[in-house]
Design a protein around this ligand. Structure first.
Ligand code: GTQ
Length: 345
């Protein structure tokens, strides 16, 4: 059994002053802060963002701030545990809702963090990644991996809104976050790889000797196919919960280095009751209603809402009608660091 550790107050004033002057501090009074026993003590608190409440604020940003003055017109979803203005939703995941108006473009840039867009509403938006034009339809996942040039445009007639998920907090923590600006990219005149090379799951372009594959071969995951796959799986799965991981079609591994994405379908009346996971998560509701209980606190979710769960949360999700949810998590990062863990409830 561990002893209770000494405190700063146990130490004489003159010794404390001398340590401070020398630029050092005793570990033992701080030991449990940085190494709590048994499990982490997250700063992150569960968050819930009601889309209907945020939508008018985003439209107002469209009136108040031209895209040229914003570069990216985004309202950031701040972790309640870190308070107003926090540039993160969990320790590792940044979330923002981005508005693009008809005819607008958001200039090209490249940055060290990776992003995924989940399209919330509107027709005609697109993202160009490394010259490939990716149409943005409701529910689509569109990747802009770190180091890839990207810009956004809008050929439709109504505002387009999408959810940005970035591993920005990790890069900020590492003092590795920066961007480079550039001119809008020339677009290749052909459909994106999800409609050409990877139209059919299980098929990939034939290997050619000495020719490697792209690191990010497919940067758009159309929602229509995801939903069809979930429905088919649900029809043949007991328990009412079907889950599919988004994977790189060449390697079968996670689609980005730090962030993972899972599409879930919870049938009306069914409950998802996963083990405690060491990963943090954000849930974005594509369709459906239900109740999420996170560490004993319940919230009602509806279409287009977003909510978060800190590491090792006790999560249950119950659907009222068939619910389709994308779970964003940081398990890929934790796998790479060698500590991803699940614990039975
Ligand atoms: O669309 O490139 O929400 O660079 C934050 C940073 C979106 C983007 C964000 C970004 C972008």
């Amino acid at each position: 059994m561990a002893e209770t550790l000494g405190t700063l107050e146990d130490l004489p004033e003159d010794y404390r002053a001398e340590m401070t002057a020398a630029g050092v501090a005793p570990l033992w009074p701080m030991m449990r802060n940085v190494l709590p026993h048994g499990a982490p003590q997250p700063v992150t608190q569960p968050g819930y963002w009601n889309y209907d409440a945020i939508r008018p604020l985003l439209h107002r940003a469209g009136e108040l701030t031209p895209v040229e003055k914003a570069e990216r017109r985004v309202l950031v979803l701040s972790d309640p545990g870190r308070g107003a203005g926090a540039m993160q939703a969990t320790a590792s995941i940044y979330l923002g809702l981005q508005l693009l108006l008809p005819g607008e473009t958001a200039p090209a840039h490249v940055h060290t963090p990776s992003a995924v867009r989940i399209v919330v509403e509107g027709q005609g938006g697109y993202t160009v990644v490394d010259g490939e034009k990716l149409p943005m339809e409701e529910g689509d996942l569109v990747l802009t991996p770190g180091g890839e040039w990207h810009d956004h445009g809008h050929e439709g007639t109504e505002p387009v809104i999408w959810l940005d998920a970035l591993d920005l907090p990790v890069f900020v923590y590492l003092e590795g976050s920066y961007a480079t600006e550039g001119p809008l990219q020339a677009q290749r005149n052909r459909p994106d790889a999800s409609q050409v090379e990877y139209l059919s799951s299980g098929l990939a372009p034939s290997r050619k000797l000495g020719v490697g594959t792209r690191r990010y071969p497919m940067m758009r995951y159309p929602w229509g196919r995801t939903e069809a796959a979930l429905n088919e799986m649900a029809a043949w799965t007991d328990g009412g919960v079907a889950e599919l991981d988004y994977v790189n079609p060449e390697t079968g591994s996670d689609i980005l280095p730090t962030m993972g994405f899972t599409a879930m379908r919870i049938a009306a009346g069914a409950t998802d009751n996963p083990p405690l996971r060491s990963s943090s998560a954000a849930f974005h509701v594509i369709r459906g209603r239900g109740t999420a209980t996170i560490n004993g606190e319940s919230l009602a979710f509806g279409p287009k809402d977003t909510f978060t769960a800190p590491v090792f949360s006790d999560i249950t999700l119950t659907a009222e009608d068939d619910a389709y949810i994308v779970r964003i998590h940081d398990r890929p990062l934790q796998d790479k660091l060698g500590y991803y863990e699940e614990r039975a409830k």
